[in-house]
Write a protein that binds this ligand. Structure first.
Ligand SMILES: NC(=O)c1ccc[n+]([C@@H]2O[C@H](COP(=O)([O-])OP(=O)(O)OC[C@H]3O[C@@H](n4cnc5c(N)ncnc54)[C@H](O)[C@@H]3O)[C@@H](O)[C@H]2O)c1
Length: 348
């Protein structure tokens, strides 16, 4: 049995982490902490957690707890991770790992030195269709990846949390972009070398934070990619097109569909692609299984992380990968401010 202590009792804990943790027989949620005393009391009551605190150190320093689940605002992750690692705890942390490259590197060195396991919660890569595409790429069906084009588009997340921390200067860049950047980096399996970003506050400065941006990346492998992330579009889209020397894949996560192409495209390819997606969507609608969101995917991710702890294997989303994703986000932020392209050479 793995004893878990959860830090943070906000939106993602209530909607994602606690329903998943409570549904895993190999896990017991021993305690929860949140600076907001009323909130933590209510959530502990709702999920029948007997120990609740307003001080997260009460959990981090409890010797009976094996795994710390950090679900606080992204800018607070670093301090909590450092405390937990120094206490020898394994750590699960919400995306993004953190919000500055200095913090990311400090986390990396602390975690490696402490010899603990850390997994970043990147639940969007757990959609089954994403795993199918990853397998096709890893088996070499697309040849060498030379380009990617991703889109993570939604409307303003006004109903998510009442807390204002979400609207720090990076906002959408550090909120929705981590899912897309994680997925693109994971699918390609290469570090990013250079980042350039466009956009920012598309309302002309009225909002004062990044709500729409397009990131251009060059990978160490030589591949190039663009990722467009927005909080100001009406339609919800989460897609990644992957272009290789041996074929292309069009991945549409929301519609649980991918289409793989080889050779010169014919009209039949376009018909197959459209028909395949229509059939897929129709089946999912009829089976009441159409896009239920990414909250369903905390459970398999936590299961995989626990297995990596038990079997002393690499975590599903290890700290180094979390550092790389954070570096892309921070590089994009710097590029938006300086209008220059940013070299990411810190891990060498
Ligand atoms: N994986 C996903 O799909 C997903 C979705 C949304 C949010 N997130 C991530 O989850 C994290 C939390 O987001 P949220 O939407 O739940 O935010 P939230 O504002 O709803 O909740 C955060 C909670 O943390 C508490 N808190 C702040 N500092 C603390 C500290 N030092 N110790 C203990 N408690 C503290 C706050 O009181 C608040 O209740 C962020 O990193 C965010 O990026 C992930």
């Amino acid at each position: 049995m793995i004893n878990v202590g959860v830090i943070g009792a906000g939106a993602i804990v209530r909607r994602g982490h606690l329903p998943a943790l409570k549904d895993l027989p190999e896990v017991e949620v021993k305690a929860i902490a949140d600076l907001n005393e009323d909130l933590v009391k209510n959530i502990a009551g709702e999920f029948q957690i007997s120990n609740y605190f307003s001080d997260p150190l009460k959990i981090i320093e409890d010797p009976s707890i094996d795994l710390i689940d950090i679900c606080t605002p992204s800018g607070t992750h670093c301090e909590l991770i450092k405390h937990a690692a120094q206490q020898g705890k394994n750590i699960m942390v919400e995306k993004p790992l953190t919000t500055t490259i200095e913090d990311a590197l400090e986390i990396y060195h602390t975690v490696v030195k402490a010899g603990v396991k850390l997994n970043v919660v990147q639940n969007w890569r757990y959609f089954p269709v994403v795993f199918q595409v990853k397998e096709r790429i890893d088996k070499g069906y697309l040849g060498k990846i030379v380009g990617m084009q991703g889109a993570a588009l939604t409307n303003f997340p006004a109903g998510w949390t009442r807390n204002k921390w979400l609207y720090h200067e990076g906002a959408a860049l550090f909120d929705f972009a981590p899912h897309l950047i994680d997925l693109m980096l994971w699918l390609n399996g290469s570090d990013v070398k250079t980042v350039y970003a466009l956009g920012g506050d598309i309302t002309g400065g009225d909002m004062g934070f990044v709500n729409h941006t397009q990131i251009i990346m060059e990978f160490a492998s030589g591949a190039t990619a663009t990722a467009i992330i927005s909080w100001v579009t009406e339609c919800f889209t989460f897609t990644v097109d992957v272009y290789g020397t041996g074929g292309n894949v069009a991945l549409d996560v929301r519609n649980a569909h991918y289409y793989e192409m080889h050779g010169v495209q014919t009209p039949l390819d376009d018909i197959r692609k459209a028909a395949g997606k229509t059939i897929r969507v129709a089946k999912d609608v009829l089976n009441k299984n159409y896009f239920k969101g990414a909250l369903l995917y905390f459970k398999p991710l936590i299961k995989d992380f626990i297995e990596s702890i038990k079997e002393n294997k690499e975590e599903p989303v290890p700290v180094r990968h979390g550092v790389m994703v954070t570096a892309v986000l921070c590089g994009a932020m710097e590029s938006l401010k300086t209008k220059k392209h940013i070299e990411l050479n810190f891990m060498s």
